[in-house]
Design a protein around this ligand. Sequence first.
Ligand code: PEP
Length: 254
Amino acid sequence: TARRRKIVAGNWKMNKTVPEALALVRDLRGLVASLGDTVEVVVAPPFVALQPLHVALEGAPLALAGQNCHWESSGAFTGEISAPMLAELGCAYVIVGHSERRQLFGDTDEQVNKRAKAVRAAGMTPIICVGETLTEREADQTLAVVERQVRGALAGFEAKDVASFVLAYEPVWAIGTGRNATAAQAQEVHAAIRGLLERLYNGETAGQVRIQYGGSVKADNAAELLSQPDVDGALVGGASLKAGDFAAIVKAAT
Ligand code: PEP
């Protein structure tokens, strides 16, 4: 099987002013400097902090991500941000289909697919989020829901695109709740996603796609989650807002 470089991304959501964002990456940069390059480290700040962070991170081993983007490149879409705009500010990644976008802003699988296509077309890599709600898990729908979301997000993509993509399995009931999936629960779904990728594309491609776990990842549960064979990193919300907490998760991935 392919060796996959682990990827830990911090989703700051709607947190941090520009001065706070600059201070956080300054501290983070110092903390991750000694960890080597076995783990890829990404931060996803609010849009307005991207340009200052792009300048501040020149040459740093920290990649930038947008938290969402529109699927059109430009036009009459008041309040939206396009993928080429994010690429211009140095984003290497864009999160698409986060459960908060799906739940609070009505993102559908089809829209997530269109956003992912725009991200790819702009030369960036989508971090595609999928995950079931508590009701769906309790109804034994987890794998069916995740499969539908993965198929929907990847519709129309070829193996050569998908190989570099990042998927994030984020059970909705674990996000911001302090209740993380167990390592076994995460591994079960990650393995199912990889199996689906093998059926949709081929084994080589499935072996290259990195699948992050997200949902109440903290310094004290990261190592166990990240030790699972199909868990290739973490997408971190709350614990990415403090440099020390986030750096400890990065360290757990080394
Ligand atoms: C997230 O928003 O992607 C997330 C995983 O949040 P938290 O780590 O706070 O559960």
